[in-house]
Write a protein that binds this ligand. Sequence first.
Ligand SMILES: NC(=O)c1ccc[n+]([C@@H]2O[C@H](COP(=O)([O-])OP(=O)(O)OC[C@H]3O[C@@H](n4cnc5c(N)ncnc54)[C@H](OP(=O)(O)O)[C@@H]3O)[C@@H](O)[C@H]2O)c1
Length: 314
Amino acid sequence: MSRIAGARLTRRTFVAAGVGAGVSLALGPLAHAASPPAPLITRPIPSTGERLPVIGLGTNAYGVTDPAEYAARKEVLEQMPGLGGTVIDTAYGYGDSELVIGRALKELGNRGKFFLATKTPIRGDVSGGASLVEESFTRLQVETLDLMQIHNLHGLDTFMPVLLEMKAAKRVRYLGMSTSTDEQYPAFLEALGRYPVDFLQVDYSVGNRSAAERILPFAQEKGIAVLVNMPLGGRRGPMFGQVRGREVPEWAREADIRSWAQFFLKYVVSHPAVTCAIPGTTKASNLADNQGAGRGRLPDAAMRKRMEEFWDAV
Ligand SMILES: NC(=O)c1ccc[n+]([C@@H]2O[C@H](COP(=O)([O-])OP(=O)(O)OC[C@H]3O[C@@H](n4cnc5c(N)ncnc54)[C@H](OP(=O)(O)O)[C@@H]3O)[C@@H](O)[C@H]2O)c1
């Protein structure tokens, strides 16, 4: 084991992330002894200029109670800062995900290393307003949150005034709205036009490119940061299955792509409107693979086109 930036990293996760330099002695001959670490890619939040690493973490599968499942998720949260990631996306509506993250970050003592984003309730009676939003602070065991998002527009006009007050009181640093279905895009754009938000969150991947038609250009035009959900095609999505048994194309190496996850993620974060993709994972090995997509070269416009053509032919 090596200790990097306070995180325990195994040889496997470290090499998978493409982080090699300065640790060759600690890792021994299997490490890329001479290669310097590929630079971490960051993007600015347009409303402030604060920079975020382009690969974060989605946690809609973190609502677990089994001790072994909890330990696996805690390991992800322990290793993430050392690999360069900071953005965690959770939600009131992801079962016990907020509770699990709050407990793990408390035990690890590393809350300060993360940009913590959650969301207002996605269903049910919203008349509780502020008290419902307060529950997220309690469950996450925090006094302040980096980003609070309206989840799929549920309770928009009830929650937004509450969130605007919380931002004014500096309890929440940024505000946002999320969606993940094409059918909701027209209402989503209408809502974004009515409220001042710093972030929007939308589904986008090489297998699902509709957000690039109107939502991503809208974000660029209005100066709104973009979090991308389901960048790997979704937890129950078909994207990995579609490439099972196939090698990543040789030409993708020109963008430092070494796995299918990195192919999918580098496609997403090479869109100029995207601030950060939030791939969901419950495994440290997949975390390292995904964080590896946040370093090195990105596909240019010609390679992005080639990726789309490749995908459409799969
Ligand atoms: N409306 C909304 O606001 C909304 C909707 C959907 C999602 N979200 C957010 O977006 C996040 C991401 O979406 P998602 O988790 O549904 O889908 P996703 O990130 O596209 O895909 C997650 C799936 O990919 C697998 N995976 C992750 N890394 C991998 C790797 N390197 N190699 C192979 N498989 C890998 C995961 O399995 P393992 O766990 O085994 O790694 C999981 O099955 C969510 O967690 C949530 O935070 C928001």
